[in-house]
Design a protein around this ligand. Structure first.
Ligand code: CS2
Length: 489
């Protein structure tokens, strides 16, 4: 450990500086009714923050965190007795809170039985989930379970005693819950997928159908998968952030999170079992969340994706730098204003322009260093909801979408920049890269990528004219012609 500081944990809490807000509820008196799968930075800065508010208000909302994949929670949170800090930053302001809501952790790879047991415990009636977009192992264009996915293949071959995928793990857990009479359960997806609850329910049913079909009637009667919209920018920590936190805390917190002050959680009112009263601490429980979902994914997330792809190509490290580049800002603002906002659901009303301005301001928060490459990770699992569905809405109305097409071109250029023919500038981190890394040049890569039906659907993947326009723009972006290519957007 570089810092040489003592580690944050139960024994060192009293060494935290006085300005850190602390829980004043009795940790030992809480009961575990909610389990979270995927206790990464986003969970620790978002759903756990709501749980902390509930505990503060006297509710029983403590959590157990389960990771299906590394990093191992037993190394991250175990030595800290589940404690960590979350700091909200904006400009010069910073507010740190000591978090105690995560009372236990289990790593499913090391201890599959322990992880499955939590989901069969009758008192546990709600499971929240953040495993990133690709964790659902679905085909992006359709939402169906990707039967060719290596983890799904492994789970189909095995007997689900040591499940590798989220769908496999959940089917194993639901089977055990049924067998032990655990009763109904809510599985609440908190990842940025359109209709995330429906995608989750779909992959679970398909996995059950393939491995334990006798479980399907129980699933129909006992499982609820509400959709949600989750929002808070919680980037991975940079080395500078770690140093800053070391100085601020005087202790080493390996699980610390830095986030923006803004937070939002909209949850579809579709439950089967008891759940935390999240609405008491600011969440919205609604019958239809499609307006908020479209606004968040097509405005905030789309702007992040456009700025990160173009920002990386233009040599910016962080999205707050990209949003200060006048060419990029003008293009992103203009594209969303002209090509996205007019097609949002009516229920969004006149507030969408304010939302766009607010989103660009949030991205511009210099105290939050969100790496362009982090946002660009797994764009193959993000582009449908952020850029392609808005482009479809445009085409359905018979209108061109040059700005959105330039956004797709930015993705092509970003990936092509990883090819030897285009200077090997970085190695893209995306499941799609495996099938593109052997491309000779941007033209080859664009041809292979843009005709991929699993990402672009049967409509866009077959549109040759579209492919030609996007490829030409990608070439220009690779040559650094930002003003020319983006100017028309
Ligand atoms: C980001 C999101 O990495 C990404 O894909 O666009 O994590 C984004 O910061 C959150 O959705 C904000 O709520």
């Amino acid at each position: 450990m570089a810092s040489g500081l003592p580690r944050l944990g139960g024994a060192t809490l009293d060494r935290l500086p006085a300005g850190v807000r602390r829980p004043d509820w009795m940790r030992g008196a809480t009961r575990i009714r909610t389990v979270h799968i995927g206790a990464g930075a986003f969970h620790r800065g978002h759903q756990a923050d709501y749980a902390e508010d509930l505990l503060q208000g006297g509710w029983d909302a403590a959590l157990v965190g389960i990771n299906l994949k590394p990093p191992a929670l037993r190394d991250l949170l175990g030595p800290q007795d589940g404690f960590y800090t979350r700091t909200l930053r904006e400009g010069d302001g910073a507010e740190t809170r000591l978090m105690g809501a995560i009372r236990g952790v289990v790593d499913a790879e090391a201890n599959p039985g322990g992880a499955l047991d939590w989901l069969s415990t009758p008192e546990v009636t709600t499971v929240t989930i953040t495993v990133t977009e690709k964790g659902y192992c679905h085909v992006p264009a359709t939402g169906a379970l990707d039967m060719g996915h290596p983890d799904i293949q492994a789970d189909l071959r095995g007997d689900l005693d040591r499940p590798r995928s989220l769908p496999g793990f959940l089917v194993a857990a639901l089977r055990a819950r049924r067998d032990e009479g655990g009763g109904p359960i809510n599985l609440v997806s908190c990842d940025n997928l359109p209709g995330n609850g429906r995608i989750l329910a779909g992959v679970v049913r398909e996995m059950a159908d393939a491995t334990a079909p006798d479980l399907l009637p129980w699933i129909e009667d006992n499982l609820a998968c509400p959709s949600t919209v989750v929002d808070r920018i919680v980037p991975a920590l940079t080395p500078e952030d770690r140093d800053w936190l070391d100085r601020r805390l005087g202790l080493r917190d390996e699980a610390a999170v830095l986030a923006e002050p803004f937070r939002q959680w909209v949850i579809e009112d579709s439950f089967r079992a008891e759940r935390p009263q999240w609405e008491a601490v600011g969440a919205q429980i609604v019958s239809d969340l499609s307006p908020q979902e479209a606004l968040k994914m097509r405005v905030l997330n789309a702007a992040q994706t456009l700025l990160s792809l173009l920002g990386a190509l233009a040599g910016h490290d962080f999205s707050h730098q990209a949003v200060r580049n006048p060419v990029l800002l003008g293009y992103v603002h203009g594209t969303i204003l002209r090509e996205v906002l007019p097609h949002l659901p009516d229920a969004v009303g006149g507030s969408s322009k304010d939302y766009l301005d607010q989103s660009l301001r949030r991205i511009g928060n210099t105290a939050i260093r969100h790496r362009c490459h982090q946002i660009a990770t797994d764009t193959s699992r993000k582009i449908r909801q952020r850029l392609l569905d808005p482009l479809r809405a445009r085409r359905a109305g018979g209108q061109p979408g040059p700005g959105l097409e330039a956004g797709v071109a930015a993705w092509v250029a970003y990936l092509a920049a990883g090819l030897p023919a285009h200077r090997d500038r970085w190695e893209p981190d995306d499941p799609v890269w495996a099938r593109l890394a052997g491309s000779r040049n941007v033209d080859d890569l664009a041809q292979a990528l843009l005709s991929s039906e699993d990402i672009f659907g049967s409509d866009l993947s077959r549109d040759e004219a579209l492919r030609g326009r996007i490829t030409a723009r990608a070439r220009g972006l690779l040559d650094g012609e930002f003003a020319r290519v983006l100017g028309g957007g």
